[in-house]
Design a protein. Structure first.
Length: 403
């Protein structure tokens, strides 16, 4: 005969402030800026740059194959931008914001740089031995950021601006999306994220089997699920309900997915490979900032490059195109010459992006938003950093009942 023994329940260990930083809702008054996400923007822009260097054929032989291996999947950096855009806009959304005020801020953010790079693209188009000249309808569609809706026009003038046409559509939909997310709460938002992933999988399968007349790669409506997934991730972080892995595991998933891209049908299906990694990495990096944990993307120089990343993204392909007048088409240099030319193009692109940022992007945004509040959240230091400095905690807002 055995005797039953009574076991004393174990008391769970107390959580530290860093452990619980993501377990509580983040009140609007305490939403800090997230510098790691700014640093990650630069990494994504650099992937796109590497892809275009590979496409322009600066390297030959083994060096060319190595560049292609490292940057052949660089187009997925655009998918990263789409997911990140949804996350950042949801993170910084204001409770009683009006749609027209939100749209005004987004126009001030992207349109001045778009117009300046569009003018530069027009100059290149009319220069000798460069790209085909666009028609009036094509140019007007590009100005209005609707050219990506029709495949034959999606890369007219400044080719990278096709992604801005997608972003313009996302901005148009965002005021309705944020209202929906606030009404759905955590479980409903997670379900919406599942629907978004399913939509990407379905579109990728249909595109791979040629069931769609126009490739969904550049179609704004087809890229909307990536934006929605980023918004869902931000909403779950704000509600304290995000349960993803940490930065290291998330980065591993993203890198594995990146190098799986060559194994699938080129174009939109590549989005499937990296979607999970990007959707995990972005909130993991955000939580590292919230918790005051180490982050490789928060360094001062990397954050500064992240601030320049939009201008760099918009100008680098124009520099590559202009260089063909001197270098020819697909020059296939040796290793040293290829590195020298790539470094020169990179340096010129970075210098021009600095000029665009300091002389166009920032002043134009200030001018267009004069007398209005900034779009950025109020900077608040993470709890561990405040504790070390002896600073009081931020004001605590009323709990969010939408969970």
């Amino acid at each position: 005969m055995t005797t039953a023994t009574t076991r004393t329940p174990r008391t769970p260990p107390a959580r530290t402030g860093a452990d619980t930083a993501a377990a509580r809702p983040v009140p609007p008054a305490a939403r800090p800026s997230l510098p790691s996400l700014t640093g990650l923007r630069w990494v994504a822009a650099l992937l796109v740059f590497g892809l275009h260097v590979s496409n322009f054929g600066y390297f030959k032989g083994g060096a060319g194959r190595l560049v292609s291996w490292g940057f052949g999947a660089g187009a997925t950096g655009v998918s990263f931008f789409f997911v990140l855009s949804g996350f950042v806009l949801t993170w910084s959304a204001r409770r009683h914001d009006r749609a027209r005020d939100f749209w005004r801020r987004r126009v001030a953010r992207i349109y001045p740089v778009h117009l300046v790079t569009l003018a530069a693209a027009l100059v290149l188009a009319y220069a000798p031995a460069h790209q085909a000249r666009p028609g009036r309808s094509q140019a007007l569609a590009n100005v209005l950021l609707v050219h990506s809706w029709w495949r034959p026009w999606w890369q007219t003038l400044n080719p990278v601006s096709w992604s801005l046409a997608c972003e313009a559509f996302f901005y148009a939909a965002f005021p309705a999306l944020i209202v929906l997310l606030r009404r759905l709460g955590a479980r409903g938002s997670a379900a919406l994220g599942g629907v978004s992933v399913t939509a990407v999988l379905g579109l990728a399968w249909a595109d791979a089997h040629h069931w769609i007349g126009q490739s969904p790669y550049s179609l704004p409506a087809a890229r909307l699920p990536e934006f929605v997934l980023g918004a869902v991730a931000a909403r779950l972080v704000l509600l304290g309900r995000w349960r993803g892995p940490g930065p290291e595991a998330s980065l591993a998933v993203a890198v594995i997915g990146y190098f799986l891209v060559p194994q699938v049908t080129p174009g939109y299906p590549a989005t499937v490979c990296t979607l999970a990694g990007f959707a995990l990495l972005i909130p993991a990096a955000a939580l590292a900032d919230l918790r005051g944990l180490p982050s490789p993307w928060r360094g001062r120089r990397l954050v500064r490059l992240g601030e320049l990343s939009f201008a760099f993204y918009m100008v680098h392909l124009l520099v590559l195109r202009a260089a063909t007048g001197l270098l020819g088409t697909k020059p296939h240099f040796g290793v040293l010459a290829g590195l020298a030319v790539t470094s020169a193009v990179f340096t010129v692109s970075l210098a021009l992006s600095w000029v665009l940022y300091e002389a166009v992007e920032v002043p134009a945004r200030r001018l267009l938003l004069r007398g209005r509040r900034s779009d950025a959240p109020r900077p608040v230091l993470p709890a561990p950093v405040r504790a070390r400095r002896g600073e009081p905690p931020p004001p605590v807002a009323a709990p969010d009942r939408s969970r």
